[in-house]
Write a protein that binds this ligand. Structure first.
Ligand code: AMP
Ligand code: MG
Length: 310
């Protein structure tokens, strides 16, 4: 894919000035800023209206740089070798002499780190002297962005620059694995849990309610289009948007398909696109057909459940 070197330089220019920028990754677009700078990291929280108790994921492009900030263990190296760069985030111990701003971690002694695969993300990270803190580039509790236009839809003119990297290939956030003690999955996402199990040669627990690690408010509204969502429905009410997992012969303008033939990976990629499309129309509510709860279906159902919290 072609890219414009001057845009990468422009992104660096703003980041070096402690500004936030829109940042393309293969999962979703991030709102990125210098993870070593308190001033820059504070801007992320302000723009997103994010609770400061909710720590940020930090993005790296090399183990050498990660070594400055985190303690690395064997399980991390196994997963890193197999899936990085890629859609997986690791929670590791922070080194005492790390320069990561305390705002980024909410003063914790741990850090969530990721190695994005998007070629522009890598090119940008390579020319920076610091890693990038980058949560999804949306207002907190709203739908995650998967294109430059989506980031604009969220923030309008309030962010200085968005690096355009096309549409995010995965379209769903990273899988988060805590490697602090016994490995645990904290969030389902871009890599299926069976793939993590395979590399670590054991069944890893999915512990979204572990009070020692999980940030407060994890079960609150998230990924929300701002209108009620009804799950596991066979049909919609009148004038309601209806999200389906596969194409139907008898269709309607109010039907929105996640995939052609019940392909869960394709459905995961389309989920936020479809939700944002519906959000920007005049619907008062959304019905969703039952989505199979395996593979990427698990992550899709988790997102939809959070989006339907009343
Ligand atoms: P997001 O809000 O999509 O940026 O996802 C970030 C999530 O990563 C947070 O909600 C936390 O669940 C998790 N996270 C980030 N940093 C840490 C950390 N140091 N320890 C545990 N979980 C973390
Ligand atoms: Mg997010």
């Amino acid at each position: 894919m072609n890219y414009n070197l001057s845009n990468i330089k422009k992104a660096k220019y703003y980041l070096d000035k402690n500004e936030c920028i829109g940042f393309p990754t293969e999962t979703v677009y991030g709102l990125a800023a210098n993870a070593y700078s308190k001033k820059a990291a504070l801007k992320i929280f302000k723009l997103k209206k994010r609770n400061k108790r909710n720590p940020l994921i930090v993005h790296y492009c090399s183990l050498k740089m990660l070594n400055n900030d985190c303690m690395i263990n064997e399980e991390f190296l196994k997963l890193y070798k197999k899936y990085c760069p890629g859609p997986v985030t690791f929670v590791l111990k922070l080194k005492k002499n790390s320069n990561i701003s305390k705002i980024v971690t909410n003063n914790k002694k741990t850090l969530a780190v990721r190695f994005p695969r998007h070629h522009l993300a890598i090119k940008l990270l390579k020319i920076l002297k610091y890693p990038l803190a980058a949560p999804s580039a949306n207002i907190s509790s709203k739908i995650s962005p998967v294109t430059k236009e989506d980031v604009k839809d969220e923030f309008g003119e309030r962010i200085k620059f968005i690096l355009d990297g096309g549409r995010s290939k995965i379209g769903l956030e990273s899988t988060i694995v805590s490697l602090l003690g016994k490995p645990k999955i904290l969030r389902l996402g871009g890599i299926e849990r069976k793939k993590i199990n395979k590399v670590l040669r054991k069944k890893i627990l999915y512990k979204k309610n572990d009070k020692t690690i999980v940030v407060p408010g994890q079960l609150s509204l998230h990924y929300s289009p701002g209108i009620p969502i009804r799950l596991n429905k066979k049909k919609p009410k009148e004038n309601e948007a209806f999200i389906l997992i596969k194409k139907r012969k008898k269709t309607s303008k109010d039907y929105y398909y996640l995939s052609k033939k019940k392909d869960l990976k394709e459905a995961a990629k389309n989920l936020y696109k479809v939700l944002r499309n519906i959000k920007n129309k005049d619907y008062k509510s959304i019905a969703v057909e039952k989505i199979p709860n395996y593979g990427f279906g698990e992550a899709i159902n988790e997102r939809l459940k959070r989006a339907s919290v009343k």
